[in-house]
Write a protein that binds this ligand. Structure first.
Ligand SMILES: C[S@@+](CC[C@H](N)C(=O)[O-])C[C@H]1O[C@@H](n2cnc3c(N)ncnc32)[C@H](O)[C@@H]1O
Length: 223
């Protein structure tokens, strides 16, 4: 056996994933895919395959489409809470239909900000990743144009968090009924239950996206 070959197929899967994503990035000229390749090379510990699996991507494409339909294309500053590796921010920047000045991504996990910055490097100063608890932010001081939280199933008190936002703030919220996933501490059984939990003053979109193992729910409106 060639000494340069690994002992079993897949041992060098990271190198293959890196080569493949770089190839796809070159072929498609897509900066987001180039960002995924950078993450594979620079942050081997990051669970980026989970964050960019086809279900996560479908939920975020759904968010982009319904945001555009319900709220238009133009946004100043967007805040994303529970932003994880910055995939949604990168997908919003990547969407040429949208016109966004800046996106700030907040997450309580200190290990994710560097990965989110690597992914969103092409956005330069227009992107910031901050380690912070979404319950501790001063929403009134900044008054972002849009507050996004696609991690509502991960936070204990959704209405308590929404109460921190100034009245009139535009929000996009996602949750799901994936009760069996241990990190999901606050799932909802239906989109109606999600509407009731959020208690938005104006609802511009409310809908569900059935996936194989669970249904994702989304609300777009005003606090
Ligand atoms: C698994 S991820 C995101 C899942 C979701 N489907 C998505 O992609 O939008 C949930 C994130 O919420 C973050 N998170 C949980 N509680 C938080 C809090 N109080 N403030 C900020 N981030 C929080 C976690 O650290 C994690 O990165």
């Amino acid at each position: 056996m060639d000494a340069t070959q690994p002992e079993y197929p897949g041992a060098d899967w990271r190198e293959h994933a890196f080569d493949l994503t770089r190839g796809i990035a070159a072929y498609t000229s897509n900066p987001l895919i180039a960002g995924l390749a950078r993450i594979i090379a620079k942050h081997p510990q990051a669970d980026i395959a989970n964050a960019f699996n086809h279900k996560q991507v479908a939920c975020k494409m759904w968010a982009r489409d319904k945001l555009l339909e319900s709220s238009g294309a133009r946004f100043g500053r967007i805040w994303i809470l529970g932003g994880w590796y910055g995939v949604l921010a990168a997908m919003l920047f990547d969407d040429t239909r949208l016109d966004i000045d800046a996106i700030d991504s907040f997450d309580i996990d200190p290990s994710v900000a560097a990965v989110a910055r690597t992914l969103n490097r092409p956005a330069g100063e227009r992107f910031q990743a901050v380690t912070a608890d979404m319950y501790a932010l001063d929403y009134a001081a900044v008054r972002p144009d849009l507050v996004v939280n696609t991690s509502c199933e991960h936070i204990a008190n959704v209405r308590g968090w929404l109460d921190l936002l100034p009245r009139g703030t535009q929000v996009l919220l996602q949750s799901n009924d994936y009760f069996s996933e241990p990190t999901h501490i606050n799932c909802v059984a239906s989109v109606g239950a999600f509407e009731e939990m959020a208690g938005l003053s104006e609802l511009r979109f409310s809908g569900e996206l059935p996936m194989k193992k669970y249904t994702r729910f989304m609300l777009i409106g005003t606090v």
